[in-house]
Design a binder for this molecule. Structure first.
Ligand SMILES: Cc1cc2nc3c(=O)[nH]c(=O)nc-3n(C[C@H](O)[C@H](O)[C@H](O)COP(=O)(O)OP(=O)(O)OC[C@H]3O[C@@H](n4cnc5c(N)ncnc54)[C@H](O)[C@@H]3O)c2cc1C
Length: 479
């Protein structure tokens, strides 16, 4: 087999792509393709006939037009940090990865208009740095920010630790440039704050996980940089009390509340044991912990406001202990414990991960129901819920014995998703559906929802070339 003759993808398609992209824009050798076909946790490996790496919107449009002509399925990819296998191809070898990583320029930045325009392959961290240089912030903050790319953030409608204050990616995008399934470019790169002219087309592509179009650039909102910040760590007895604390912070700190994260005592101990250099913020163990961050763009007064909130919290007996970060190193230590939850608990067994959401008041009920059920039915399993509790979003993870991973994964997630549905929640809060949750979504979605989703998919991608197998059943399974 020659380099231009991988399984099932016409050699002439790859030759045309090579002519469009040049030698540095197409990867055909298995060793070069490998990083693009393995997921972040290295648990799933797909196959790809090639990786296309356009450097411009025009090149992206040209290769999509060829893919439409030859009916070659494309899997758009940014930083490959997605957690639901949406950006890695399946095992068929028929799919081609379309990596946007070379399109990483910042096209424009406007301090007065408080926006910037970036290409889809721009790393999130580069956007943070560009905003900081003009005294602004782009408030999407994720544990993966060094690697994930803006196109991936748009396509997954990413959330992160500041949603309580700034909303999700959907709330941060002003405009998009998208290559459509026939290779035409939709120029929706507007920077207007108000534009009430019928359908908001960009919203269709946000959260569509590469199934409707290829995002090539985005106009993003910027915000004034916080001048004061307070980060604290609190020990609490139960998530019920965590919600009381949350309500108090909402009432008394208002929009200064930027993050409100819950962690289990077990997860915190795992982080302090297994993550190098991490120290316990509180000397005594606690059943549950809160990581709370306040920030505002005023010059002073935040510390006094925090004192008031904390004295009420203590008077009401809501927390058992607490501490404030006195330095950037202490703050970083607290966030390392939070961001390292999945990584640390991998030392204890295999980790079944999830990303669910329920109405915020139902969080304690979900935690109790799952704890009781696991204790009764699967005492060998350790539930480790943590996450953005201020948004009603938990990463309800479980550590399981490695030998029983596959069997328990299915049972645990089915039970969790059923409880989440019973409490009026959703099986994905921020990671999306990808290939990992497709069946779980499709089984639970009412027929009318499925019909509307399929109509949109067929209207925008009639040949089904964009990311087949992500979100939707494969075309042969459609009915
Ligand atoms: C340690 C860690 C922490 C994380 N924390 C969070 C968190 O707090 N909140 C959160 O929401 N997520 C989180 N994630 C998940 C992940 O980082 C986000 O989903 C991120 O937005 C994915 O960006 P990416 O560039 O890596 O996308 P990829 O993984 O490359 O792709 C993700 C999806 O987007 C599609 N896609 C990518 N680029 C494009 C494009 N240009 N056009 C069209 N479709 C495209 C892909 O086809 C795929 O379906 C975390 C991941 C890790 C590893």
């Amino acid at each position: 087999m020659s380099a231009f003759d991988p399984p099932s993808v016409p050699a002439s398609f790859l030759e045309r792509c090579a002519a469009i992209l040049g030698p540095s824009g197409i990867l055909l050798e298995p060793a070069a393709i490998e990083p693009y076909v393995v997921d972040f946790w290295r648990q799933h490996r797909g196959r790809a006939a090639a990786v296309l790496r356009p450097a411009t919107t025009a090149q992206t449009a040209a290769v999509v037009a060829e893919a439409a002509r030859y009916r070659v399925p494309l899997v758009p990819q940014g930083g490959n940090t997605g957690l639901v296998r949406g950006g890695v191809p399946d095992a068929s070898g028929r799919q081609v990865v379309l990596s946007l990583a070379r399109m990483d320029r910042i096209r424009a930045i406007d301090p007065r208009g408080e926006h910037l325009i970036v290409e889809a392959g721009c790393p999130l961290e580069k956007v943070h740095r560009a905003a900081a240089e003009i005294g602004r912030v782009f408030p999407l903050v994720l544990g993966s920010q060094g690697s994930c790319r803006i196109g991936g953030n748009v396509a997954t409608n990413a959330g992160g630790v500041n949603v309580v204050r700034y909303g999700m990616m959907r709330d941060l995008v002003l405009g998009l440039e998208v290559v459509l399934a026939d290779g035409r470019v939709w120029d929706g790169l507007r920077t207007l704050r108000k534009d009430n002219t019928g359908y908001d087309l960009k919203q269709l592509f946000i959260g569509s996980e590469g199934t409707l179009g290829v995002v090539t650039a985005a106009a993003l909102r910027l915000f004034p940089a916080p001048k004061e910040r307070e980060t604290l760590w609190l020990g609490v007895e139960h998530p019920r009390l965590a919600l009381d604390v949350f309500e108090l912070f909402r009432d008394k700190a208002g929009e200064a509340l930027a993050s409100f994260e819950l962690l289990s005592g077990f997860g915190v101990e795992a982080a302090c044991t297994y993550l190098p250099g991490v120290r316990r913020p509180l000397s005594e163990p606690h059943p549950w912990h809160l990581l709370v961050e306040l920030a505002w763009s005023l010059e002073d007064g935040l510390s006094e406001r925090l004192e008031k909130v904390l004295s009420t919290v203590v008077e009401m007996g809501l927390v058992d202990d607490g501490t404030r970060a006195e330095s950037e190193a202490q703050r970083a230590n607290m966030w390392r414990i939070r961001e390292g939850q999945s990584e640390a608990t991998r030392h204890l067994g295999h980790v079944v991960r999830s990303d669910v959401t329920v109405p915020i008041a139902a969080i304690p009920e979900l935690v109790d129901r799952m704890r009781d059920w696991v204790e009764a039915e699967h005492p060998e399993v350790r539930p480790i819920p943590f996450g953005h509790v201020g948004d009603g979003n938990l990463h309800f993870n479980f550590v399981v014995p490695p030998a029983r991973f596959e069997e328990l994964r299915r049972v645990l997630l089915e039970k969790l998703y059923d409880e989440v549905a019973a409490l009026g929640g959703s099986i994905s809060a921020e990671h999306g559906i990808g290939r990992a949750k497709r069946e779980a979504l499709w089984r639970r979605r009412p027929p009318i929802d499925r019909e509307l989703m399929l109509r949109i998919k067929r209207a925008l991608d009639p040949s089904g070339i964009f990311n087949p197998g992500a979100i939707f059943p494969l075309e042969e399974e459609w009915s």
